[in-house]
Design a protein around this ligand. Structure first.
Ligand code: HAM
Length: 424
């Protein structure tokens, strides 16, 4: 029988990686709390037409990347390819939109894309959605918050911010028509795929990587010339705010997004360290979506951060110690003294403590302690057990004293002082 493997593009996150994930999520949660955002938990499955209506029928996501199936009632359901549509649905359904809402969610999303580094079929997003304000101040807040993410995580290379203004649907529609007319005059330079794009979703030609398209775009009509004064003013205020906050940014007039619901501000945080899947975080304003999905006319703005890409950026940055203390013992089974001391350290000081699972030779237990990554080993050898003492040995470099023996009754106080020094 052939070996059963994971579905292509759907990854296991192994224990060695989970620590980094948890560290990142906990750090970002603290930032979100600092900005007064509240968590919402959403289902992984929604009715297919929710995504069709919100993300757009002709987008790549809806037209070819969704995991869609008929359930036992014959209803068409899809695994969520992103979180915004479900979050809007939930906010309408539960009447959350009577006041401003600042929400965040975290969880897996599903897109049937061609897997490669940074692009998977199941991937995790941390998403943020704000409902109820059309003010540029709130666009600025989410840009500031995403910028704060990078410093909170102490990323060595911070991603760069690219922004653009898409105007509103009617303006974009007029622009699309002129863009189609322009490219129809240059059809001989377009591949079959690009011709299809021109027909279905002409704006996606703007972020084409093909050189011929990029050259043509220099002469093509520019979206900014179609945008109303009020949209431009909104955008300028965001730019001024970014400057006042000393957040570097680049206006990229060719930045369009793969989802149809945006208007005015769109943005992406891009990193050179990610290869071709360079966008770690992306979003924008979507003032028409709530109403489009049957809710009140409530403006909204948000973004989502790709967690796998974030973890790639964090690379081998340390995420804190998995283990503080490894206990080596010569106590006869069932190790009651050893467990009591270990448990005291966990309960009183919150330390991460592992007890040697077997009473083997001191040498072999030391080897395990060394490998464990713990800061120190606590030793209950025959002499310590007899005299109610315990020996503390530092396993990592950078400490003057290497080994000290104290009374067991003084252990908690002694460790509290040492770990206090460590944390201060
Ligand atoms: P998106 O640009 O489709 O936007 O996805 C946001 C982020 O999710 C991307 O920048 C990327 O980091 C990550 N991502 C997307 N697809 C994959 C994939 N196949 N594998 C790994 N990571 C991926 C949205 O999803 C919008 N809902 C964002 C938003 C929220 N706009 C307003 N509110």
């Amino acid at each position: 029988m052939s070996k059963i493997q994971a579905v292509k593009g759907m990854n296991d996150i192994l224990p060695a990686e989970v620590d980094g994930w948890n560290h990142a999520l906990e750090t970002l949660k603290t930032v979100l709390q600092g900005f007064a955002y509240q968590e919402i938990k959403l289902p992984l499955v929604e009715f297919t037409h929710l995504f069709k209506r919100s993300i757009g029928d002709v987008t790549d996501i809806v037209s070819k990347e969704m995991y869609t199936f008929a359930d036992l009632n014959g209803e068409f359901l899809s695994l969520r390819p992103e979180g915004t549509a479900g979050c809007v649905r939930a906010a309408i359904e539960h009447g959350l939109l009577r006041q401003q809402q600042k929400l965040w969610y975290f969880g897996p999303m599903f897109r049937h894309e061609r897997p490669q580094k940074g692009r998977y079929r199941q991937f995790y997003q941390l998403g943020v959605e704000v409902f109820g304000s059309a003010e540029p101040a709130i666009d600025l807040e989410i840009l500031l918050m995403s910028h704060h993410f990078w410093s909170a995580l102490a990323l060595k290379h911070q991603p760069e911010l690219q922004i653009n203004c898409l105007g509103v649907v009617a303006e974009r529609h007029a622009y699309k028509q002129d863009l189609i007319t322009f490219f129809q005059q240059h059809l001989q330079y377009l591949s079959e795929d690009e011709k299809l794009r021109l027909e279905r979703n002409p704006l996606r030609l703007l972020d084409s990587k093909a050189e011929t398209i990029q050259e043509l775009l220099v002469q093509a009509p520019k979206l900014i010339d179609y945008i109303s004064a009020s949209s431009r003013q909104h955008f300028e205020q965001i730019c001024q705010g970014l400057e006042a906050l000393h957040i570097p940014y680049q206006v990229n007039p060719y930045l369009v997004r793969g989802l149809d619901y945006y208007n005015d501000l769109v943005f992406e945080w891009v990193s050179n360290d990610l290869g071709s899947q360079a966008t770690v975080c992306a979003g924008g304003r979507y003032n028409a979506l709530v109403e489009l999905l049957g809710g009140p006319a409530v403006p909204a703005v948000g973004f989502a951060l790709g967690f796998e890409r974030l973890l790639l950026l964090m690379g081998s940055q340390t995420h804190g110690r998995v283990l503080d203390v490894y206990m080596i013992t010569q106590e006869a089974q069932p190790l009651s003294k050893t467990h009591v001391l270990a448990q005291t350290l966990r309960e009183k000081l919150g330390l991460k403590v592992e007890v040697s699972p077997a009473v083997t030779s001191l040498k072999s237990q030391f080897k395990k302690a060394d490998k464990s990554g713990a800061l120190m080993a606590l030793i209950l050898g025959p002499e310590e057990l007899e005299k109610e003492q315990i020996t503390i040995k530092y396993l990592r470099q950078g400490y003057d004293e290497k080994q000290v023996t104290i009374l067991q009754q003084d252990l908690t106080l002694w460790m509290a002082t040492k770990f206090g020094e460590q944390r201060s």
